[in-house]
Each structure stands twice: as structure tokens, then as C-alpha cells.
Design a protein around this ligand. Sequence first.
Ligand code: CTP
Ligand code: CA
Length: 237
Amino acid sequence: ERPDALPYDLAGVRVVISAGGTREPLDPVRYLGNHSSGKQGFALARAAAQRGATVTVVAGSTADPGDPAGVDIVRVSNAQHLADEMTKRAAEADVVIMAAAVADFRPIAFAESKIKKTDSGPAPIELTTNPDILRGLVTGREAGRIPADTVIVGFAAETGDETGGVLDHGRAKLRRKGCDLLVVNAVGEGKAFGTEDNTGWLLSAAGTETALPLGSKTLMSSRILDEVRELLTDGDN
Ligand code: CTP
Ligand code: CA
């Protein structure tokens, strides 16, 4: 039951969206994870499918947002699995959206058997940095492994700090990542994680900066897809 107001303008467009958090295993029973609910990624998937797109969601850990109708869902656990799936699927996508909360770090070693308590107390956990999937997609496109006209969208959750505000951090991240669009979420004080509403900015590589007013993740999704649609049109898609 598509609301009449919703445009049907993504027919035939192949969209791949990552959603949720990654879980970085420590031993067979433990992992490092985060509180990502997957709601934003799933809201995007639902909105894109309603607008006619062929949608695949590559989902890590989520707070069971309910599987959207007409959307393919692939489940992954850690960042490496997510990287593999996204890289493979981006080669055949018109739009790739990295809405997942990818763990920046993972334990350097996986203990094959459960780590036991000892009298000497716990050993420190050594971490190493995960691959930057979004950056990898952009460099993959530059190298021709992903079509030149594939639109790549990233997300950023920022709080602002003594070096700059949310928007400053967003601009710097857009430059660093090299994606076409960056959705910048203002987070902190109960915002974003697990909540229904988001607020922030939509920054484009072309330099446009659109405020995303406080609204539901559904509304935010349609704003993002409007801009994606524009980029597809620009590329004669
Ligand atoms: N991302 C990714 N691979 C990672 C980390 C992040 O693809 N290893 C993606 C996220 O899915 C998001 C974007 O990069 O679309 C920005 O994530 P964010 O955590 O805000 O940026 P980082 O580059 O990890 O920088 P930091 O956490 O230090 O702000
Ligand atoms: Ca990060």
C-alpha cells in the first residue's frame, strides 16, 4: 500500500544497502559490538523498494526492525564479511548505501576455545583496525571494479567536539571518504541509536549542503533517495 504522495521513480534501479552493526569475534562465545539498530538502513530499503528499486540489504546485528517486504536480505556478522558482500554486490549496483555501523576495530586474535578466568586476572585485548568498506568502494570505483556511474552514499554519526561542530566533522569526513553523498547525523543525548527520529545534514561531493530537519527515519530516507535520484539522472541513468 504505497502512499499516493510517494514517487515511483526508482524502477529498475539496483540498490544495495548495508544496515546494523558488526560483531567482531573474540572467542566462540564473545564479540565486540555496538548498539546500531539497523532502523535507518531498513527504512531506506523499504522506501527504495516502494519507489520501484530492486533492493538488497546486507545486514549485521539489528534490533529486529522487521524485514521489509520485497527486499532481499543477506545476513553477515563481522566487518570482513560485510566488506566481502558489499564489494561483490557493488559491482552490480546502481546505488550503494553504507548505513551500517561498522566496528572500527576488531580483536587481533580469535581464541579458538573460550577464554577462561584465571587467578592472574584477564589478559588485555589487543585490537587492530578493520578495513574501511566505504573508502574501499570509492577506490574500487576509481579502479574500475565498480561502475563509474554507481552512486555511493555514506553515513556519519557526529557529536562535534573542541576541534569543530557536527557539520565541520561531516565535511571533513565527506572529503576523506570520497563518496557522492554523506548523511551526517547529529548524535548524543539519546539521539539516533535505536530511536525513531534522526536529524542532520545531507552533504554532496558537488558541495551542496541540505539540512535534514528533525523527522522520522522514513522521512529522512525519502530525502536521501530524492538526492540519489538526482545523481542518477545527472549520470544519464
Ligand atoms: N564505514 C565503513 N567501514 C568502516 C568504518 C565505517 O564502511 N570500517 C562507513 C560507515 O558505514 C559510514 C561511514 O563509513 O557510512 C562513516 O562511518 P564513521 O564511523 O562515521 O567514520 P569513520 O571513518 O569510522 O571515522 P570515525 O568513527 O573515527 O569518526
Ligand atoms: Ca567509525
